[in-house]
Write a protein that binds this ligand. Sequence first.
Ligand code: ZN
Length: 391
Amino acid sequence: MKDIFEDLSDRELELLNIIHKKDMITKKGLQSLIAMPLTTLNRAMKSLIDKKLIVEIGVSESTGGRRAVEYSTTQKGIYVVGVDISRTYVSIVIMNLKMTVLAKEKFYMDESFSPQKTVKKIVNLIMKRLKELSIDKSEVIGIGVGTVGPLNRKKGIMVKPKNFFNESWKDVNLKEMLEKDTSISCFIDNGANTAALAEYLFGSGKSFKSIVYIHCGVGIRSAVITDGIVIRTINDSEDAFAHMIVDLNGEKCTCGSKGCIESYSSIKAIIKRFNLKSSIEKIKEEDYNALLNLKVKECDLAKEVINKGAKTLGIGLSNLIKLLNPELVILCGPLINNYKFYYDICIDTFNKNNYLNNKVVFSKGGEFKEDAIAIGAALMVIENYFKRSSY
Ligand SMILES: [Zn+2]
């Protein structure tokens, strides 16, 4: 199936990419975006229709002139799978080329979820849902995985991710395992990057040139896209911002430094600080909702550690925004989505420390919320074919 993209001319691929991003567009609309004589455009569009990559979907509203046919990418025959492997859960989406989510799956991981057990379950769920949707494996152009770095992205290896409950998550060749079990091409990137990609191209970031995406969960994960380019860190890690030092003599961090954002603002750090200071009650990491949702109203210590986490993230944000000057910052993840207080304190701290007066828009959760990593992972597969990426 992927050969269908390799056989396209550069012009056809460029048109397909624009139609994909615009969702629906007329030939006149295409001509306003791409310098192409009408005869050439007509030929390329006919070829895309013949290859069943685009379809006519109706006519645009009349604006006084002639009504024009609108085109869209096909909804049938080409599918893609997106998988979000985070530290505590896996979620899966199956989408068509038009970006419609046709099926979703999610499961949580405990200590028993080794890489082998996790991949087996992922493969079983993908195959089950494809069968239910009457989609043949040959119609699936790829599986995209958004996961936890550091990564060897080309080889598809998770090198040494921290904080999985099961300790065997080291040097995991996800690409090889998934391709062996499904015979479908697999691509991996870190989950923050895939989520940012989804928001940038199809979500709350689509009218902005530069965005920052920050996921606040067990760890603090971040991604930056500027002018359509994902700004990559060493080994495609998503924790570069998390280890920004905000207090020279601060808390010891898991990375070995002192005073990193991660050592105050992540769920892991907040629970650790609560448990260290609490003389009565201890909370397990996986039960963080107990701290966030139940205790905060009546517990001063819970308020204190969460406040500290949110303020520290706000300081980190103010540094990051001064440096990158993004137009949009999306804050997402359980700490943001489940707990309004954390988000509000974080933004308030940024505003009090915005001495360069950066004009920035904040989005709480983005458009795709908790599905962003999986949807973006599926989108990454499509983008790889559109850009003729070699990996
Ligand atoms: Zn650190």
